[in-house]
Design a protein around this ligand. Structure first.
Ligand code: ADP
Length: 295
């Protein structure tokens, strides 16, 4: 149903009472290692919710790679396309979670940087067999472009989360995005309207070529711009413990529902619930709900 092509990272998380400024040191809690990376997160989110999900990604043959493989296996992801590279370091994200539950992240790409256009071409059949391919930007740009081309050739729907946000987005990528899924920061940057309303930003992103647009609004839910007027899907009130990977939970859930033929608005209503559930528990993948937990 869903093929995610993207990054897999070990998340190394420390919580702090106060963020350090430049040149400053603060003490945090004990280090927590958990499975993350935007691609792996989206795959885990969809798989835990019951979708037939495959992940095309690269990890190293180190302990972090093992951690990631085990996490995907536990989520129920098809692992045939997860490539384990000898001698490479698995991607790593260093995450600092503040008292408000918000996070600051530095990513070391490691093996993710070597996920190549040839890897995508080798998985062409999996692309064609999937209803939806979900992409983010934590891998090489030419790999993302090849994925978009391969998906377009086979009529596979492309969900694109342009994160981390580039200064500007390749028009070919934008034109394939159905939808483009962005958070408020990415919406501001890519629409050219950093101070605009989400509605204005969504229209601007569509004017720039996206077929449809979803802007996630944190606790406020999401804004959906498909063929009709923009629709605000309200957020769900929960106590946020850790927002790490909330956007990925949202996007994985959205891809799942779209792969089953839901409208974008209905898929977003479901994804808002999944995103809200994910912030009530710590970590990225460990926080993702199963269909039963969601109910
Ligand atoms: P990102 O993690 O990419 O910055 P958002 O912060 O917009 O993305 O969160 C993605 C989704 O997760 C939201 O659309 C919402 O469904 C859910 N979410 C995030 N933060 C909260 C929160 N504090 N309360 C409830 N839901 C939240």
């Amino acid at each position: 149903e869903v093929l995610v092509i993207g990054s897999a990272n070990a998340d190394l998380t420390v919580r702090v009472d106060r963020r350090p400024g430049p040149g400053e040191t603060v003490l945090g809690t004990d280090l927590v290692e958990s499975a993350g990376g935007k691609g792996a997160n989206q795959a885990a989110a969809a798989a835990r919710l019951g979708a037939r999900t495959a992940l095309l990604a690269r990890v190293g043959d180190d302990a972090f790679g093992q951690l990631l493989l085990e996490a995907q296996h536990a989520a129920g992801t098809e692992l045939r396309h997860v490539l384990v590279e000898k001698g490479a370091r698995t991607g790593t994200a260093m995450i600092v979670v503040g008292p408000d539950g918000d996070n600051t992240i530095v990513v070391s790409p490691g093996a993710n940087a070597r996920l190549s256009p040839a890897d995508v071409r080798a998985a062409r059949e999996a692309v064609a067999a999937s209803a939806v391919v979900s992409l983010q930007l934590e891998i090489a740009p030419e790999t993302v472009r090849t994925a978009v081309e391969t998906a377009t050739e086979s009529g596979t729907r492309v969900v694109l989360n342009p994160s981390p946000a580039p200064e500007s987005l390749d028009p070919g990528l934008l034109a394939a995005a159905d939808p483009l899924v962005v958070n408020e920061h990415e919406a501001g940057l890519l629409s050219g309207l950093p101070d605009g309303t989400p509605t204005d930003q969504a229209h601007a992103l569509r004017d720039r070529g996206a077929r449809s647009v979803v802007i996630t609004l944190g606790a406020e839910g999401a804004l959906v711009l498909d063929t009709g007027a923009p629709v605000h899907v309200p957020g769900i009130k929960v106590e946020a413990v850790d927002t790490t990977g909330a956007g990925d939970a949202f996007t994985g859930a959205l891809a799942l529902r779209l792969s089953r033929g839901a409208t974008l608005e209905n898929a977003a209503r479901f994804a808002v619930r999944v995103g809200a559930a994910s912030v009530t528990r710590p970590g990225a993948q460990p926080s993702y709900p199963t269909a039963e937990e969601l109910a």
